[in-house]
Design a binder for this molecule. Structure first.
Ligand code: SF4
Length: 154
């Protein structure tokens, strides 16, 4: 079961999108210098279809994307919920996922996402805004990953 801690409308996590970012807890990664250590705790409320439906109906007119921030403890559920958002949205809301894994988990279907961020946070390489970052943000096009990390460096 995935749990969310909070959510917010953000503008920088996915370039050129107005994104409703949902922070998922129980992160299994252990990045040194983690920006949000509380997300490693098993806290929050259960992420459900009803909750997502509520968010979609409330924010559909003011957002263009819903992004799951975390969820590496259960990529299969992230995949399931991303598909749910795509099927329920009447205004073609896009879906994104911020993962701390280096490789795309096998349970993720690219058809359920328009954006995926991969890579753990490593202090010496910096965040996505750093040109030396090890993290990558991909746009999904025709079932292929297009690296758009450079859009953070303008
Ligand atoms: S993936 Fe994010 S939340 Fe998880 S340990 Fe790394 S920096 Fe912290």
């Amino acid at each position: 079961m995935l749990k969310y801690v909070n959510y917010d409308i953000v503008f920088q996590e996915i370039p050129n999108e107005t994104t409703l970012a949902i922070n998922i807890s129980n992160c299994p990664n252990n990045c040194k210098g983690c920006h949000s250590p509380f997300l490693r705790e098993d806290i929050g409320k259960e992420l459900t279809k009803d909750f997502l439906l509520h968010l979609i109906s409330k924010y559909e007119e003011s957002i263009t994307c819903i992004c799951f921030m975390g969820g590496d403890s259960s990529p299969k559920e992230i995949d399931y919920f991303a598909n749910y958002v795509l099927t329920q949205s009447k205004s073609n809301i896009k879906t994104g996922w911020y993962s701390g894994k280096q490789e795309l988990p096998k349970d993720i279907s690219l058809t359920n996402f328009q954006y995926i961020k991969l890579g753990a946070y490593k202090e010496k390489f910096g965040s996505l805004k750093s040109r030396t970052t090890n993290q990558r943000l991909y746009k999904i096009k025709n079932n292929k990953l297009e690296d758009i990390t450079h859009m953070f460096w303008r």
